[in-house]
Design a protein around this ligand. Structure first.
Ligand code: N01
Length: 547
């Protein structure tokens, strides 16, 4: 927070406004635009230095989106009409440029305070306003607060013994230095094989002196299907963008394809294989959220999909030991209950003599014993010496952004304490005891099971309409009841419990943080159903205390 800014406009102390938004990613941009269109005096606080949210923080080597454009962009015509991409899966640099473009055409910056980190917020029922405090001592009052902090706002670094002793270069994937790290010829390690770890490994394999990937669970990664996009191709499609953006809201995952309505074993074997092959060749999440309807619910169907995946990926790995670790014959967990990473040449990296995988799975009994001056020692007694280590162990996923900003309820309790045992929301957009506070792309929405911009727009419009209703109906505040929140929690669990998601510890089930509640934190019934469910509650404020 070193850079001084003029302490006026959105940076001023003692602001008194209609709406305060926290977070400048897709959610923040969409809602700032919507709130201003509706005529509300709105200010956005962002801890980083510009728009882009996760795409400003996650600038590790190879960081690239796993959802295809134009599906992965906002439906705001002023933003898309003059924007084109170079590829269907842009990297973080291009995504940053997209956000700069959105900032320019929508003139967003004038209402944003960057390098402004929220450390506390509480609502005064008498006044009907939030008081929000920032790390540098500023205060703002707002009638409505919108938390758009995303699912990856709080990074997670495991408490490895001796972590501070390592003398080489070490960064968490979401805190990478903008100038980069030169790994040419160096001894490198990647800890973690989520999307971040896989992407870093792909970049480092060809240039590092050596690369060791520490793998606790193999990533069941699928081919990305990245290709160049021409300006002509995109301009030809633009007249259809409005329909495309409407259609994505009718699909399970907010993409432009859906789960196939057929059940796996209703389809003859040959046709089944052809279907899998077609999904595979399409690339991206087609093999995940375009697969047979039953495979996320039924073990046998899931195994069939897994077997196809294993056959495909095993064929790419030459060394039998590495093959069995990276793409085992026996599934480490059902396919798709952890988000599959989209890879380009991840498996081929392990055919290089300089690249290896270190098995630290629970099954192996091996794990990281300690970090030391030279590198990492594992519990099987081996010492690995490194120059550079990438910690790609993820985040305090989904709930971390909200529990990390000092939110205090009207009962005097803190959200971070309330959610220690389990997270409760109502509709994935509000929390009981936090009146006139809304959140999006966080707990209990379709979030990690969906395409980000689609979720953001469905929830964003709901929030906009809720605020408009409060204002037009002269309501001081709305607050979801505890009963309604408990019912919503039951709904979240019921949707998840009939699926295979609860079989596995994953980002969907709360993430890797030791001690964090093992619970479904996403709405698993599909985005289209979610949209209908939440919209139905709005006209009569069903489930809300209205004052
Ligand atoms: O983090 P993750 P991420 N010792 O939580 C391992 C999205 N994203 O930063 O699976 C050793 O997925 C952990 O092991 P295990 C992404 O989709 C998208 O990669 O728990 N290892 C796992 O392998 C996801 O939703 C994009 O057994 C430890 C890894 O660390 C979210 O962001 C790019 C460990 C963490 O994987 C986060 O992804 C990047 C320990 N103590 C991210 N603790 C794209 O759009 C954890 N691990 C492409």
């Amino acid at each position: 927070y070193g850079r001084r800014r003029a302490m006026d406009g959105p940076y001023a102390d003692n602001l008194d406004i209609d709406v305060l938004i926290v977070g400048a990613g897709f959610g923040g941009v969409y809602l700032l635009h919507e709130m201003r269109k509706a005529g509300y005096k709105t200010v956005l606080y962002e801890a980083g230095t510009s728009f882009g949210g996760t795409w400003r923080w996650n600038i590790y080597p190879g960081a690239r989106v796993d959802s295809e454009v134009p599906i992965y962009e906002l439906s705001i015509p002023e933003v898309w009409k003059d924007w084109t991409w170079s590829t269907n899966y842009p990297n973080y640099q291009e995504l940053q440029a997209y956000f700069d473009h959105a900032d320019k055409v929508l003139e967003l910056s004038k209402d944003c305070a960057f390098e402004t980190c929220v450390t506390g917020a509480e609502f005064d029922e008498k006044e009907g306003k939030w008081t929000v405090k920032t790390v540098d001592g500023r205060t703002a009052k707002a009638r409505f607060m919108i938390v758009a902090a995303g699912f990856a706002a709080k990074r997670y670094i495991p408490d490895f013994p001796g972590l501070d002793k390592f003398k080489g270069t070490m960064y968490h994937s979401s805190f990478w230095p903008p100038e980069g790290v030169d790994v040419r010829g160096k001894r490198c390690a990647v800890i973690g094989t989520g999307a971040s770890g896989v992407q870093i490994a792909q970049e480092w394999g060809p240039i590092a002196g050596s690369l060791h990937v520490f793998q606790r669970t193999p990533n069941l990664a699928v081919p990305m299907g990245k290709r160049d996009l021409s300006v002509e191709e995109q301009n030809k499609l633009k007249p259809f963008y409005p329909e495309l953006f409407a259609y994505r809201e009718r699909c399970f995952g907010g993409f432009c394809f859906d789960l196939d309505e057929r059940y796996t074993f209703d389809v003859p074997k040959d046709e089944r294989e052809r279907f899998y092959q077609m999904l595979w060749e399409h690339g991206g999440f087609a093999f995940w959220l375009g697969n047979f309807a039953d495979y996320l619910y039924d073990n046998k169907s899931n195994r069939e999909a897994y077997n196809f995946w294993a056959k495909k990926q095993r064929a790419r790995i030459h060394d039998p030991r590495k093959r069995d670790l990276l793409a085992p014959l026996e599934p480490p967990h059902p396919f798709g209950v952890k988000r599959p990473c989209l890879e380009q040449n991840y498996y081929e990296q392990f055919n290089r003599p300089n690249v290896d995988v270190v098995d630290i799975s629970l099954k192996s009994g091996n794990s990281i014993a300690e970090f030391n001056e030279k590198g990492i020692k594992t519990t099987d007694g081996k010492q690995y010496d490194f120059d550079v280590i990438a910690i790609a162990t993820g985040f305090d996923i989904t709930t971390g952004g909200m529990t990390n900003m000092g939110l205090k309820s009207v009962k005097g309790t803190y959200l971070k304490d309330e959610w220690k045992r389990a997270a409760y929301t109502y509709l994935g957009t509000t929390v009981s005891g936090y009146p006139n506070m809304f959140h999006l792309y966080g707990p209990h929405g379709p979030t990690l099971l969906s395409n980000g911009p689609t979720s953001v727009e469905v929830q964003g419009r709901w929030i906009r309409d809720a605020i408009n209703n409060c204002v037009s109906q002269n309501i001081k505040f709305i607050d979801p009841t505890e009963e309604a929140s408990k019912e919503w929690k039951k709904r979240i669990n019921a949707l998840s419990d009939c699926s295979l998601f609860p079989t596995t510890k994953s980002t969907y089930m709360g993430g890797s943080l030791p001690g964090k509640a093992f619970e479904q934190v996403n709405y698993a019934g599909g985005l289209a159903n979610y949209k209908q469910e939440i919209r139905a509650k709005l006209p009569k404020w069903e489930g809300f205390r209205v004052v």
